[in-house]
Design a protein around this ligand. Structure first.
Ligand SMILES: [Mn+2]
Length: 234
């Protein structure tokens, strides 16, 4: 079975709850569509659990993309003049990331021994830009957010990671007749006209699976793409 989950945002308890519900077997695969880190209390344990399970395939989110250059600078022990020595570009990266919920991730990261920090950075660097899968004769594209500079003739491989992690999906148009696009990034609470806010949303060959675990009144969701079955933790 192929499962998809997204936007865990450090909600390790909800994540573990869902893992217990789906009981991922060794022939199963779980795609995690990015934004594992930030906002919530337990990003590092979530990443460590994922690292230890090779049938969990991580896909890059905008939060990982913001975190990476900063985490790399925080792997070594910090010197007293760390802030003074930082380039203005690095200052900017930290400013952007911390405005978007990076503080809790930084605090957790700095508590890890150096070797684990290095492993976490390497793991995030290994996140894929997208996933692609044929399930029950149907093609599925698995991405964090959307397809920037979309054109029907463009192959998934031709999109850069930046084009896949920031752009909001337009759920009012079907991108393809024969391809289902599975995405996170936009909590389904924020999709206009959604009659089931906070639950998995399907329309126009889109499946939106960010159910707002990172915010108030949200939940974490996982969908089995083979059966369409939905699982929730809140
Ligand atoms: Mn996102």
């Amino acid at each position: 079975m192929i499962y998809a989950m997204s936007d865990i945002h450090g909600q390790y308890e909800l994540f573990r709850n869902l893992m217990e519900q789906i009981l991922l077997g060794k022939d199963d695969t779980l795609y995690v569509l990015g934004d594992v880190v930030d906002r919530g209390p337990d990003s590092m344990n979530t990443l460590k659990y994922m690292m230890a399970n090779l049938n969990i395939i991580p896909i890059m989110g905008n939060h990982e993309l913001m975190a990476l250059p900063c985490l790399k600078l925080l792997v070594s022990e910090l010197s007293k003049d760390f802030l003074h020595k930082m380039s203005s570009q690095a200052h900017q990266s930290f400013a952007e990331w911390t405005l978007n919920g990076g503080i809790s991730t930084i605090q957790e990261f700095l508590k890890l021994p150096q070797e684990e920090r290095r492993q976490v950075v390497e793991y995030i660097e290994s996140f894929r830009p997208y996933g692609k899968k044929i399930i029950n004769n149907g093609e599925y594209w698995l991405i964090h957010a959307g397809l920037e500079h979309f054109s029907e003739s463009r192959q998934l491989e031709e999109y850069s990671v930046e084009e896949l992690v920031w752009k909001r999906t337009d759920f009012d148009i079907a991108y393809f007749k024969n391809i289902t696009v599975v995405s996170g990034h936009i909590p389904t609470q924020n999709i206009l006209g959604n009659s089931r806010p906070g639950y998995i949303f399907k329309k126009n060959n889109h499946i939106a699976i960010d159910c707002g675990a990172g915010g108030n009144n949200g939940r974490l969701a996982v969908i089995c793409l083979d059966t369409g079955e939905e699982y929730y933790a809140e």
